[in-house]
Design a protein around this ligand. Structure first.
Ligand SMILES: [Zn+2]
Length: 198
């Protein structure tokens, strides 16, 4: 799964596609259809991604007691797949979805089955896809209007992937948990991040 900013290979250098903004998702039914249709096409790729050497090495170090806690901006569940525990996902995880009204959560795999049932004519769309780090896929030549997206079974609210979109805030609970973990740490190992916000 590629990232956004890596030189030559990050999404921002390879494509003019930009990640969805939180307000866009909230304000437009058409945008939500487009997002979920693209997410539907990308899910087999995203969900079958496997941890790499570094994920497994961190899990190994954690099992040996050298690492207590992992804090990640990634939303791909790969640290957990590699066997790590005590993982704080700052930006959430694509493995679940949430209702924006009542907050109920659902498993993304189960939601994919429901989307497949409602959109069986979409199962064989283009496989020439460029999958983005947030589980989006770059396909522009498809009419998204016909894609059916169910609402929450509990309250009929809008369903969103369980991640923090650009333009939204990390929840205060997650921020507090992160600060708490950092304050208890005597050292921090940083991998793959400049730790700068731009
Ligand atoms: Zn709901």
């Amino acid at each position: 799964i590629t990232d956004y900013r890596s030189k030559n290979i990050g999404l921002f250098e390879r494509s003019k596609t930009r990640p969805i903004q939180h307000q866009e998702f909230l304000n437009s039914d058409a945008t939500r259809k487009r997002y979920w249709a693209r997410s539907f096409l990308a899910w087999p790729y995203i969900s079958s991604a496997a941890p790499n050497y570094n994920h497994y090495k961190l899990s190994f170090l954690q099992n040996k007691g050298y690492l207590k806690h992992i804090i990640t901006q990634n939303v791909d569940f790969l640290h957990c797949k590699a066997g790590s525990s005590n993982v704080t996902e700052l930006h959430g995880c694509l493995n679940r979805i949430k209702c924006l009204s009542c907050g109920v959560k659902r498993c993304r795999f189960e939601f994919q089955l429901e989307l497949s049932y409602l959109n069986s004519n979409w199962l064989y769309k283009s496989t020439e896809m460029q999958v983005a780090p947030d589980g989006d896929v770059n396909v522009e030549d498809i009419n998204f209007k016909d894609f059916k997206v169910p609402n929450c079974r509990n309250c009929n609210g809008i369903l969103q992937p369980g991640v923090v979109f650009f333009g939204d805030n990390v929840s205060s609970d997650v921020v507090n948990e992160t600060v708490n973990v950092l304050e208890k740490s005597d050292s921090v190992l940083v991998l793959g991040s400049s730790l700068q916000v731009c």
